[in-house]
Design a protein around this ligand. Structure first.
Ligand code: KG4
Ligand code: ZN
Length: 477
C-alpha cells in the first residue's frame, strides 16, 4: 500500500527515520515539512511496515525526485516501480510538465529503472556525490504523442471505467461492484446485472473523469470489452462506448475480456516476451503463449467448468456466500489436507477439467451428511484447493519448460488466490522463471486492464466502426 506521508504522522516519521539512517543523517523529515512547502513523501507499506519511500518536491508545474529508497531485503519486488507509478499518476492528474532527478553515475539499476519511465539524461553534475559524478535526468510529462485510453468494462457484474496513459500508467479507475445485489441469489442474475449497469454507467464515467481531472476531449481513444460475457451486460458497455465515440469523435477499440485480464499484469510491470499466461477466472481456464503484444496462442483450456466456477460451486456446497472463491481461499489457509479428492485430467495435454472435481466435492459432502458427520469446512477447502494448485502448477510449469519460456503471468479473478500465488512463486524461484501477478484489486474484473490492453490494440490499428456488437462467446485472437 502506498500512502502520502502526513506531517502529523509522527510514528511513521520516526519509523522512516530509523529505517533509513543514512538518508536522514543530515536532515530531519520534521524540519523538511516545516521549512519546505513543496516537499512530499510517498511511503510504501507492507503489512503496515515501511519498506520504501520516495521524497519529491512539487514546485508549481514541475516535480523533482529528491530521495528514493527501498530497504535492501525488499529489492527486486517491483516496489520502486510501484512508487514511481504512483508519482506518475499524481503528476499526470496534476498536469505536471516535467520531473527531474539526480542519480549516481554508477547506480546502473536505478538508471535502468528511470529510463523505463522515459527519463532521459540531460546533464552531468561533476563530483556531485562525494567525488562521484551525478547524472541529471528529466522526464517530459506532457508530450504531444501521449495516448490516453478510456477503458470500459461491463461483461459481468462490475461496471468499471478507467483512464490509462501509454498502456502502463493508470490515471484513474472506478469500479462499481454488484456483488451485494447478486449475493442473495447465490450467483449473478443476468437480467438484474444489465439493469444495474444501465443505472450506474453514467455515474461511474463521471467519477472516473473527475478523479483524473480530465475531460472527454483529453481522451485519445475508447476501449471497450465486446466479449465474452453476459450479452445484456456487454451491450450496455458497448452502447456507451459507441455513443461516446460518436459524440466526441474518438476511435473505438474492441477488447477481448481475457486479453484485458492478461494486460492487468502490464500495469504492474511491462510484459516481457515470450511469456505464458495462465488465465484462471470465473469463465475461463486457459494456458496462452504470447511472443509479442496481441499475439495469443492457446496451448490448452478447460474441457468443462472454469476453475472459478468450480470454486463458487464448492463454496455453495460448504455453505459460504457468493462468490465462494475468496472465502475458500481464506478457509483453505486455516485447514489441513485431510479429504481424498481425485486429481482431474492428469495427462500429457494442456487441457483442464474441473467438473469431476466439483462432483467429487459435492458427493463427499452429501455422503458425510448422510452418515451424520459434519464436514470440516477448513479441511475440505484446503483439500480442494491443494488439488486445484497441483493441476494448475503441474501443467503450467511443464508448458514453460516445453516451450522454453522464461516469463509467467497469472490472469483472472482466481489469480487473486493466495495459495495459488504462493505455490507459483515458490516454483518460479526454484526454476529461475520471472513471474508477475496482477495486483489483487485488478485480478477480478476492472476497466484498467481493458484500457491497458486497448493501448496495444490502438498501436496495432485494431479499430472498429460504430456497427460494433457484443459477442457472448468469442475466442481470444
Ligand atoms: O475474472 P473474474 O472477476 O470474472 C470473470 O471474468 O470470470 O473472476 C471471478 C472469479 C469468481 O469465480 C471468484 O470466485 C474468483 O474469481 N475469485 C477467487 C478469488 N477471488 C476471486 N477464486 C479463488 N480465490 C480467490 N481469492
Ligand atoms: Zn473477468
Amino acid at each position: 500500500m502506498i500512502i502520502n506521508l502526513n506531517k502529523n504522522d509522527l510514528d511513521l516519521i520516526k519509523e522512516l527515520t530509523e529505517k533509513f539512517p543514512n538518508v536522514f543523517l543530515s536532515y530531519s523529515i520534521k524540519n523538511d515539512f516545516e521549512n519546505n512547502p513543496y516537499t512530499n513523501y510517498l511511503i510504501y507499506l507492507l503489512n503496515d511496515k515501511v519498506v520504501g519511500f520516495l521524497n519529491y518536491y512539487e514546485i508549481y508545474e514541475r516535480m523533482e525526485i529528491v530521495n528514493f529508497n527501498v530497504l535492501d531485503q525488499f529489492q527486486n519486488k517491483h516496489i520502486g516501480s510501484y512508487l514511481l507509478d504512483e508519482l506518475m499518476k499524481i503528476a499526470t492528474s496534476k498536469k505536471i510538465k516535467n520531473i527531474t532527478l539526480e542519480v549516481r553515475i554508477d547506480n546502473e539499476k536505478a538508471i535502468y529503472l528511470y529510463k523505463k519511465y522515459d527519463f532521459v539524461e540531460v546533464g552531468i553534475r561533476k563530483n556531485y556525490y562525494n567525488g562521484i559524478d551525478g547524472i541529471l535526468m528529466e522526464c517530459e510529462m506532457i508530450k504531444m504523442d501521449d495516448i490516453y485510453i478510456l477503458g470500459i468494462e461491463s461483461s459481468c457484474d462490475e461496471t468499471s471505467f478507467s483512464i490509462v496513459k501509454n498502456g502502463t500508467i493508470e490515471i484513474s479507475t472506478v469500479i462499481s461492484s454488484q456483488i451485494d445485489i447478486h449475493k442473495k441469489f447465490g450467483g449473478v442474475v443476468p437480467e438484474i446485472a444489465s439493469r444495474a449497469h444501465i443505472k450506474n454507467i453514467t455515474y461511474v464515467l463521471d467519477e472516473c473523469l473527475k478523479k483524473a481531472n480530465m475531460k472527454m476531449d483529453d481522451i485519445t481513444a475508447i476501449a471497450v470489452t465486446y466479449g465474452p460475457g453476459l450479452i445484456g451486460s456487454l451491450l450496455v458497455g458497448v452502447e456507451c462506448a459507441k455513443t461516446l465515440a460518436f459524440l466526441y469523435n474518438k476511435p473505438l477499440i474492441p477488447v477481448h475480456h481475457i486479453s484485458g485480464h492478461i494486460y492487468a499484469n502490464n500495469l504492474v510491470k511491462r510484459l516481457e516476451f515470450p511469456l505464458i499466461a495462465l488465465v484462471i477466472s470465473g469463465g475461463h481456464t486457459e494456458l496462452i503463449l504470447m511472443d509479442k503484444d496481441y499475439s495469443f496462442k492457446k496451448l490448452g483450456g478447460t474441457l468443462d467448468d472454469a476453475v472459478g466456477e468450480c470454486y463458487d460451486k464448492v463454496g455453495r456446497v460448504i455453505g459460504v456466500e457468493y462468490p465462494g472463491g475468496p472465502v475458500i481461499d481464506k478457509l483453505a489457509s486455516l485447514g489441513k489436507h485431510t479429504y481424498d479428492l481425485p486429481i482431474p485430467l492428469d495427462d500429457d495435454s494442456y487441457n483442464f477439467s474441473f467438473s469431476g472435481l466439483k462432483s467429487a466435492v459435492i458427493n463427499l459432502a452429501h455422503n458425510e451428511e448422510q452418515r451424520g458427520n459434519k464436514i470440516n469446512k477448513e479441511n475440505l477447502a484446503c483439500s480442494f484447493q491443494d488439488v486445484v494448485i497441483k493441476v494448475l502448477t503441474k501443467k503450467t510449469m511443464r508448458a514453460l519448460k516445453e516451450y522454453n519460456v522464461n516469463n509467467l503471468i497469472l490472469a483472472g479473478g482466481v489469480a487473486a488466490n493466495h495459495g495459488i500465488r504462493e505455490k507459483f512463486k515458490e516454483l518460479c524461484e526454484e526454476n529461475n522463471i520471472n513471474y508477475t501477478f496482477p495486483s489483487i484489486k485488478y485480478s477480478t474484473d476492472n476497466a484498467a486492464m481493458i484500457a491497458s490492453s486497448g493501448y496495444y490494440a490502438y498501436l496495432d490499428n485494431r479499430f472498429s466502426d460504430l456497427t460494433l456488437n457484443p459477442i457472448s462467446s468469442v475466442e481470444l485472437k
